[in-house]
Unconditional design. Structure first.
Length: 396
């Protein structure tokens, strides 16, 4: 089948998400995939000029070799505010163009503005439209004045969808509250490549590279470092009590809004050996970094609206590697994983250090870690892709 995917994030530069894993595996199975995306980080990579010109990137593979997905980037005006207005029309034009040229069997949307347009165009051309609802995207719009508009577009898109797919229970509830019909809302969990995320993988080379000793305790975080991620609070907590935890190391893979602030905290407290900021790393190396870790973290602000209904895919990867996960007791995560399944819940980031110490002192590390790996064994990506492929076939 031919699937046209539309999203408002960067398919090429951002780290792989749910849609990359699924679409590349679908492509390997012989389905033809085209993606319309948006270079969301353009202000940080602006090479000048007023107009971002349309681009076509062929043979894109981020996870599976020879997935060869074609990615199309419509033009837009590079002025904040006007970028969204022009994106609305340029993406609409591009979707119409791809309907004519590519003739998709299904249109799959993951965004807000372009996905709203995709839902209307799909209806106009009698093409099944799927809203792949993996995040509460309107809450992530940087300009808060636009979040209400984004929510309105999201609601209309859900109402237009022939099928809504979510990746956790809280998102299913959210989608239904936004107007999705229960009979056309299905849950397909996030997945893991269990062959790559193997607890027996050796992480000693990573430890040597970053000067981490054999007896050091590594607290690991990966991904975009949002201001609400809780990592600055954790860094401060370690900085103020580093003599109490001399062998604790915070290892952060990724960049983001709070990256510079964390570097400043590291320098202020002289924590060059205890707060290790690697920046972005190749996706293929992530399992090796996880193998170097002892504890994996998601200490996000518990009252952050953006975090209430989501379950980041990295939680599954953390658990699959047989690491103990320490996370704030966010509604989406606690509802999805429950209690006693490899995640130790906290209320705020400052509790991470004492929680690590308690688990080690009580000798419960191996027990908790083993439970987590067992709990996510059924989420292998091939099984998830089977479910997704069947859902598309059933819809057709």
């Amino acid at each position: 089948m031919k699937i046209l995917v539309v999203q408002e994030s960067d398919w090429i530069e951002r780290n792989p998400h749910q849609q990359h894993h699924l679409m590349e595996r679908m492509a390997i199975r012989g389905h033809e995939i085209r993606v319309i995306d948006y270079p969301i980080d353009w202000p940080n990579n602006d090479e000048g000029g007023l107009i971002y010109k349309r681009e076509v990137h062929k043979d894109i593979s981020k996870i599976k070799e020879n997935a060869n997905i074609e990615v199309i980037r419509p033009s837009f005006v590079k002025i904040k505010g006007l970028n969204y207005a022009t994106l609305f029309f340029s993406h609409k034009k591009e979707i119409e163009r791809q309907v004519e040229e590519f003739n998709p069997d299904i249109i799959l949307g993951l965004g807000i503005l372009n996905t709203y347009n995709a839902s209307k165009i799909a209806k106009k051309h009698n093409i099944p439209f799927v809203y792949y609802f993996i995040d509460v995207l309107h809450a992530l719009i940087p300009e808060k004045a636009f979040q209400g508009i984004g929510k309105w577009f999201t609601k209309k898109t859900i109402e237009n969808a022939d099928l809504v797919i979510t990746i956790n229970k809280k998102l299913s509830e959210f989608a239904i509250n936004m107007g999705s019909k229960e009979e056309s809302t299905i849950l397909i969990d996030a997945g893991i490549d269990l062959d790559s995320y193997d607890p027996d993988l050796d992480g000693s080379a990573i430890r040597r590279q970053y000067g981490i000793g054999e007896n050091d305790i590594v607290l690991f975080f990966m991904g975009w470092i949002y201001e609400f991620a809780g990592m600055t609070e954790l860094a401060l907590a370690l900085g103020k009590s580093r003599e109490k935890y001399p062998n604790y190391r915070i290892l952060v893979v990724g960049d983001g809004d709070a990256y510079d602030e964390m570097c400043c905290i590291r320098d202020e407290y002289g924590m060059e050996s205890q707060l290790i900021m690697t920046g972005k790393q190749p996706f293929a190396r992530i399992p090796e970094f996880l193998a170097a870790a002892d504890f994996c973290l998601l200490p996000a602000h518990i009252d952050e609206p953006i975090m209430q209904d989501i379950v980041p895919i990295k939680i599954y990867e953390y658990l699959a590697m047989g690491n103990v996960v320490i996370a704030t007791e966010l509604p989406g995560i606690s509802k999805e994983f429950g209690y006693g399944h490899g995640i130790e819940y906290i209320q705020e980031a400052s509790q991470v250090l004492e929680t690590v110490k308690r688990i080690l002192d009580e000798g419960k590390y191996d027990e908790i870690a083993g439970i987590g790996r067992e709990y996510v064994k059924g989420n292998d990506w091939e099984a998830i892709t089977d479910k997704f492929e069947k859902a598309m076939e059933d819809l057709l």
